[in-house]
Design a protein around this ligand. Structure first.
Ligand SMILES: [Zn+2]
Ligand SMILES: [Zn+2]
Length: 159
């Protein structure tokens, strides 16, 4: 997982759920989206998961957040008022990946966004493809077996 990453954004970005009960501020956000095509993410969100990570975050409206323990190593949070999905939390590393669609990105940031990687590419259905015109924008493509092996190699206990 030691691919090179672009510089984090200097300004925090903010986002909110559909109804506005939950707001999220993400600091040190990386200007790249982490994509997961796995069957669980697709069932959860309707299609692929696109997440943003940062060096820190704050959440307001925490009382409106419910989490679903979707596997031994992860939980998925959503707003119990409007049902918007909010984040995926990888429990062994306490890593949060926030749904990219929650955030209102400044135009220059939006224009510079790339794809960090596409994981569980082997579970991607045929009806969509994230076709962009460079390797940087498309990101590496990894199968489920590859990403699980990477997580284990990084020392995470995921069974
Ligand atoms: Zn809401
Ligand atoms: Zn997934």
């Amino acid at each position: 997982m030691a691919d090179t990453h672009p510089e984090p954004l200097s300004d925090p970005i903010s986002g909110h759920c559909l109804c506005g009960s939950v707001s999220i501020t993400l600091e040190g956000a990386r200007p790249e989206v982490d994509i997961c095509h796995c069957a669980m993410c697709r069932r959860w969100g309707g299609a692929f998961f696109g997440g943003l990570k940062g060096s820190g975050f704050s959440v307001s409206g925490q009382e409106h957040v419910t989490s679903y323990r979707s596997s031994e190593w992860a939980e998925r949070a959503f707003c119990k008022q409007c049902g918007s999905n909010l984040w995926y939390r990888f429990l062994p590393g306490d890593l949060h990946s926030f749904l990219a669609g929650l955030f209102d990105l400044p135009a220059d940031v939006d224009a510079s966004m790339g794809i960090e990687q596409q994981i569980f590419i082997d579970e991607k259905p045929c009806w969509y493809d994230l076709a962009q015109d460079s390797q940087k924008k498309t990101g590496p493509r990894k199968t489920g077996a590859q990403i699980i092996a990477e997580a284990k190699a990084a020392g995470f206990d995921i069974g």
